[in-house]
Each structure stands twice: as C-alpha cells, then as structure tokens.
Design a protein around this ligand. Sequence first.
Ligand code: ACO
Length: 321
Amino acid sequence: VGSHVPSRVLTNHDLERIVATTHEWIVTRTGMRERRIAAAHEATSDLAVAAGRRALEAAGVQPADLDMIIVATITPDYPFPNTACLVQRQLGADRAFCMGLEAACSGFLYGMETARCYIAAGMAQTALVIGAEKMSAVLDWTDRSTCVLFGDGAGAAVLRPAPAGRRGIISSVFGSDGTLSELLMIPAGGSRRPATAETVAAREHCLRMRGREVFRHAVTHMAEAAVAALHKAGLSIADIRWVIPHQANLRIIAAIGERLRCPASRFIVNVEKYGNTSAASIGLALDEAVRDGRIVDGDLVLMVAFGAGFTWGATVMEWTG
Ligand code: ACO
C-alpha cells in the first residue's frame, strides 16, 4: 500500500476566513480539524502517481510487472482519457490495461473488488488500484455546508493472488441505489447539462449535497454492508482486529461503531487530518495504519464505504505483509 497528500494544510481557522463557519462547528459536527489542498498545477493523476509509486515500492513490484491499473476518482484530470492511462504514462507501466472507476467515496473498495475479480478469473496477476481525488477543484468555496468537509489525497494498493495458505480478501458485498442520486452530485458539466457560461456562473459544476439525508443513508448502508460481509466470511465483529471506515464524518463513524457494537479503539480514523478525501479515504487510512505498525501480518481487517450514487460496500481481508 502507499499514499500521498499535498503539502498545503487548510485548517478550520483558515476556513473561518473563507466562509461563515467556526472551528468549533466543524470539529463538533464532523471531527475534522484540517485537510490538504493540492496546488493549482497538481492534478488528480499527480497525487495518484505519488501514491502508486509508494505502493509499488512497498510491494517490491516494478511498473513493468503491472497487468492492470484502476484509478477510482470523481475528480479525473479530464472527462477523458481516463486517469489510469495518465498514471500509466507517468509510471511507465506499459504492459498494463487501464480503466477509470466512478463510485465516489466507495471507489477504493469498488476498485479493489474489480481487481480481485480479474485476478480470480486469471485475467491479471498484478493490479494497481488507486483512489485519488482533487476535491478542492469541484468544491463551491462559497457554500459552507460542503466546502469545509472535503480534502485532496490518494491511496493505493498492489493486489496479487494470496500466498498459499493465506486468505487474502475473504468476503465482500456491494450495493447501489440510483434513485437517490440527486442527494449528492455535480449537476452540470456532463452530457445532461454541458458547461455553459450560465452553469459556471451558477456554480453548477461544483459538488452539491443534502448533508442530513446523506448522513442517515451512510450510517444505515455502511452498518448493513459490514454485517453482511462479516456474515459472508463466517466471522463476527469480535474476530476483526481493525475496522477502516470511509472517513466522511466522525459522527458517522461513531454511529457505525455503535451499530456494530465495536469499540472506537478498533477503528482506524484520520478524518481530523484529511477531511473526506472521497475515493482516496480508505486507501489513505489503510496505508497509514500499515506503515505505523497498527495493522500487522495476519490481522483481519473490515473496510466499509459509502458514497454518491449512492454506492456502498464492505470487504473483509486478512492482511498479508
Ligand atoms: N459552519 C457553520 N454552520 C454551518 C456549516 C458550517 N460549515 N454548515 C452548515 N451549517 C449550518 C446550517 O446552515 C444549519 O443552519 P440552520 O439550522 O440555521 O439551517 C445548521 O448548521 C445545521 O445544518 P445540518 O446540515 O443539519 O448539520 P448536520 O448536523 O447534519 O451536519 C454535515 C452537516 C456535517 C454535512 C452532516 O450532515 C454530514 O456529515 N453529512 C454526511 C456527509 C457524507 O457522509 N458524505 C459522504 C459521502 S461524500 C461523497 O460520496 C463524495
């Protein structure tokens, strides 16, 4: 695994100078204290490449060994070509086939599952999965209800078949509900409402969210997906060493902990440092916990995500490293 965040830190106090908000409001409602913001010249693929390089180094894999690259993002460099192709170019992974994946905050888990299926089907041996976002590029910096919540970053993982006798990815469950798409979206800039002077003036190319409704669905679906993935694995929450939830809001994470009857001490949480980095969030938290020695070889890890679409999913794995 590997990760990367831009060096510029934007604190809650900095945000007080941009919109009508307070450090106290943001900490109490979300648990966030600061987030990272990419430089004007840095695009999502740049963050993705840095995270991908670290993951390749950690795995002892060369770019030329990669059969596939998936980049999950809702902030691609361009509408097309897909960001994975841009990552391939920078890495020099010329044997890999490359695809983008759009599942918002569930992107990293959807990407891992897609790679797992290709590997299980014998169509790839070595896959690089990256969740990367430059959320700062799609935020409405006049909307205090959304701009304080998100940050930029990237998380990456190299996937290979599990060694003999090891379980690797044990179970996963995924779901979506397209009937609720309008609760969290970017209304313009796609084929339904192509960018015009009017859509840009109305900031319709920025993220819009009905936060309270999203909150409710996020808790319900993440808790249910976690229970379903555990059931499918034949495990109980007591067997799980670490839970890595999507880092959307500390209150959402606490509510999931209550529903799963899992103490906060077994959750990997870094939302206070990075805010919601969407598709990057679980990969970023996984990398941090592996590198600081919390997650060790043999640990059972439950990852659970929810995002725009809506999309959601949960994966149980035995960490091998
Ligand atoms: N500073 C100060 N006040 C604010 C701010 C702010 N930054 N933002 C909103 N408020 C105000 C509102 O205007 C409202 O005021 P009012 O009562 O006078 O109308 C009040 O605070 C309460 O607003 P709520 O929206 O009810 O606040 P809530 O407690 O629900 O918290 C939040 C808002 C943090 C957005 C929460 O709803 C949330 O986290 N939702 C889920 C977000 C999420 O999980 N997203 C995940 C998916 S993201 C993806 O897929 C890309």
